[in-house]
Design a binder for this molecule. Sequence first.
Ligand SMILES: [Zn+2]
Ligand SMILES: [Zn+2]
Ligand SMILES: [Zn+2]
Length: 170
Amino acid sequence: MYNVMVQKGLTVLWYLLSLAPDVMGTSGAIFFGGDCMIIKMCSRCRKTVVYPARYCETCLPVVEAEREAREQEQRRAANRAYNKRRDPKYVQFYKGRQWRMLSARYLQDHGYKCEGCGGLACEVHHMDPIQTESGWLRRFDVSNLKAVCTSCHNDEHDRFRKSKGIKRRY
Ligand SMILES: [Zn+2]
Ligand SMILES: [Zn+2]
Ligand SMILES: [Zn+2]
């Protein structure tokens, strides 16, 4: 009974919305003899939902899963960055004179051209990461290096994250 009334109310509201979208905006109020319901559109699929819900039943789990995945990835990235910064072995390596000279010369020898996209390279990447045993042995081996722009470097380290502008020196 109640559901039927809600359905009727939605139909009326929908009609009003289509008549005067500028006046009604994307939400409206429906009155059922004392009960007041605020009706909004789902922010994802535009189906009607009852306030304070932002998403319909179909979209809510999807939106929550997406947000959870995003937050998890951010936490992981922060952890990775933190661990790398913290580990004195790698900090010392990147700060060391030998690496700074080698990476600068490598970029120069490659005309500052990104080996990924052909753009302007300003960073040098270890194809075999120095955090691995074999990569550590090849940390000064030019055949293990790659001149990259920041964007391509981000792709090398994490194919799923599309954030740009994060400065990396490894
Ligand atoms: Zn929806
Ligand atoms: Zn590039
Ligand atoms: Zn790298």
